[in-house]
Design a protein around this ligand. Structure first.
Ligand SMILES: [Zn+2]
Ligand SMILES: [Zn+2]
Length: 275
C-alpha cells in the first residue's frame, strides 16, 4: 500500500476531543500508517476563541515525547487546523509565522460570518441555497489564497474538507447527494491549483452515514481533469479508533480519478508519494 499519512486528526489538544495523543499514535501503527499529523483546532472567531484550547508549547512537548518514544517506527507530525476567518487573518498569519509546523491545514467552518454547523444561522434557507452559500465562502477563501501566492506568501498547504457543508446539510436537510454547483467547484479547484494548496479527501462523512467523502469522486475527477496530480488524506478522527479510517477508500478515489501521487508533508515540505 502507498505509504500513507493521516493528515487530519485531533487529540485532547482540541476543544472537541478527549483522546490522548499516545492512543492516536498506537492506532496509527496498528492500522499500518506511515505517519500521522496532529491538526488541532485553531479557532480565532471571537465567539470561539475563549473556548479554543490550542496551546503550542504543550503540543510541542507532547509530540516531542512521542517522537522519542516511537523513533523511526512512524512519522509523527505537528500540524494545525486553522479555521478560515478573513477578519482575523493578520493575527493568524503572525501566529503561523512565529511557530513551526509540519503541515498547516486551512478549513472553512464559517461562511460570511455564520457558523456552518449551526442551523439557526441559516433560517429559511433551502438545502441548495445553504450548500451554495458555503461553496461561495470556500471560493472567496481560495481567491484570497491566490492573492497571497501572487504576493509570495503560502502559509497554508492543505485545504480541509472543501465541501464540508455536506456534512451539516445531511443533518439539517437529510442531504446525501452530489453537489450541483459545477461552476463554484471549478473555481475552487482552479484556485487551489493556482495557489498551490492541496485539497484533502476527508473521510469523516463515511462514518456518519453519508455515501461520499468530502469531496466525493466527481470533484476529485474534475481536479484531475484540471491538471491536479495529488491530494491529501485525512480521517478527521476525534477518537483513536478512527485514525486512518477510510484511507484505502480515499486512495482508491485518487487512483480512479487518475491522480498519481499522495501529498504527505514533513517539516513543511511536500513529499509527493507515488500512488
Ligand atoms: Zn474541520
Ligand atoms: Zn478537523
Amino acid at each position: 500500500m502507498t505509504p500513507t499519512f493521516d493528515q487530519h486528526l485531533h487529540s485532547w489538544n482540541s476543544f472537541d476531543c478527549q483522546t490522548a495523543p499516545l492512543e492516536n499514535v498506537r492506532r496509527a501503527l496498528d492500522v499500518g500508517l506511515a505517519g500521522l499529523s496532529f491538526t488541532e483546532h485553531f479557532d480565532t472567531h471571537p465567539a470561539e476563541w475563549d473556548g479554543c484550547v490550542y496551546d503550542d508549547l504543550k503540543i510541542e512537548r507532547e509530540i516531542g515525547e512521542l517522537r522519542e518514544q516511537f523513533g523511526d517506527r512512524i512519522f509523527i507530525g505537528k500540524g494545525i487546523e486553522v479555521c478560515y476567518q478573513p477578519e482575523r487573518m493578520d493575527f493568524i498569519l503572525e501566529f503561523l509565522e512565529a511557530h513551526t509546523f509540519d503541515v498547516v491545514l486551512l478549513s472553512v467552518h464559517w461562511a460570511a460570518g455564520r457558523a456552518v454547523h449551526l442551523k439557526d444561522q441559516f433560517k429559511g434557507m433551502s438545502c441548495d441555497a445553504y450548500l451554495r452559500f458555503y461553496l461561495e465562502a470556500v471560493r472567496d477563501c481560495t481567491e484570497q489564497l491566490v492573492q497571497m501566492k501572487r504576493n509570495g506568501h503560502q502559509p497554508f498547504r492543505i485545504l480541509g474538507h472543501l465541501d464540508y457543508a455536506k456534512r451539516s446539510a445531511s443533518r439539517f436537510f437529510g442531504f446525501d447527494g452530489q453537489l450541483d454547483e459545477p461552476k463554484l467547484l471549478d473555481e475552487i479547484l482552479r484556485n487551489c491549483l493556482e495557489a498551490n494548496i492541496i485539497p484533502e479527501i476527508n473521510t469523516s462523512t463515511l462514518r456518519q452515514n453519508l455515501s461520499s467523502s468530502m469531496p466525493g469522486i466527481e470533484v476529485v475527477q474534475h481536479y484531475a481533469e484540471l491538471g491536479g496530480t495529488m491530494m491529501s488524506f485525512g480521517s478527521d478522527a476525534h477518537r483513536a479508533e478512527d485514525i486512518g479510517a477510510g484511507a484505502e477508500h480515499a486512495i482508491g478515489l485518487m487512483k480512479e480519478a487518475g491522480l498519481t501521487h499522495l501529498a504527505n508533508f514533513e517539516g513543511g515540505e511536500l513529499c509527493a508519494t507515488a500512488l
